[in-house]
Design a protein around this ligand. Structure first.
Ligand code: SAH
Ligand code: DHB
Ligand code: MG
Length: 219
């Protein structure tokens, strides 16, 4: 089967129903020009985050892993005027680029970037909770810990999404020594008897490699 069909269909979806704004397109270009790794969500995935944020009436969103802020802006533009988004980024250079992107998008009042290691910053966010939606997209080894924090910082009905949990099917390899694979396997195993959430995983294909996202609602 022609795997390229997935990219072609992804592009078709992008052109027909994603309505990627000039701001988002500009940010993509700027991020590539600045040499950021091209590991941001695709336009179709960004729109999915936007749809989920709207569907839960999100006023407060938490994102773990900003990079240049492409997914951040998809999420922030789903918020009402008085909405607020906190995004956490460990890399100083990426954080700087993201902040200038937020300013250019006129979203500097909506988006607050916290620079540092997420696992150290998350406990400080208890005073800001509950968040209506959490998007987990930073380093993969502590994904279970990030997910547990996301639940702690949420309310019943909050949506939690975790990116990159299928990893081209490598998640199936029980003997994997890849720390990223082991990290997402540990999260997925913990979901099996997690009574605090109702969760599923969708596998995704398209312009990014075969991957997937956990999508959960807090009970
Ligand atoms: N959400 C972005 C992509 C994020 S890529 C988008 O789709 O547009 C993952 C990001 O997580 C990288 O920028 C990386 O620097 C950051 N990161 C890695 N480890 C981290 C940690 N421990 N704490 C916070 N951010 C981290
Ligand atoms: C990587 C990280 C991501 O969040 C992603 O969506 C794709 C790749 C990475 O670290 O390689
Ligand atoms: Mg990702």
């Amino acid at each position: 089967m022609d795997n390229n069909i997935y990219s072609k269909v992804d592009e078709y979806i992008t052109q027909t129903c994603i309505q990627e704004s000039d701001i988002l397109k500009g940010i993509q270009k700027n991020n590539i020009a600045k040499g950021l790794p091209e590991i941001h969500v695709s336009p179709v995935q960004g729109k999915l985050l936007h749809v989920l944020a709207k569907s839960c009436g999100a006023k407060k969103i938490l994102e773990i892993g900003t990079l240049g802020g492409y997914s951040t802006i998809w999420l922030a533009t789903a918020l009402p005027e008085d909405g607020h988004l906190i995004t956490i980024e460990a890399d100083k250079g990426y954080a700087h680029i993201a902040c200038s992107n937020f300013k250019n998008a006129g979203l500097q009042k909506v988006i607050e970037l916290k620079e540092g290691n997420a696992i150290e910053i998350l406990p400080d966010l208890v005073s800001e909770a509950p968040f209506d939606m959490v998007f987990i997209d930073a380093d993969k080894p502590p994904y279970k810990e990030y997910f547990d924090w996301a639940v702690k910082l949420s309310r019943g009905g909050s949506i939690i999404v975790a990116d990159n949990v299928i990893r081209e099917g490598n998640v199936l390899d029980e003997n994997s020594t890849d720390e990223k694979v082991k990290g997402v396997q540990r999260l997925i195993a913990s979901l099996q008897d997690n009574k605090l959430v109702t969760a599923t995983i969708i596998q995704t294909v398209g312009t990014k490699e075969h991957d997937g996202m956990v999508i959960a609602v807090v009970n």
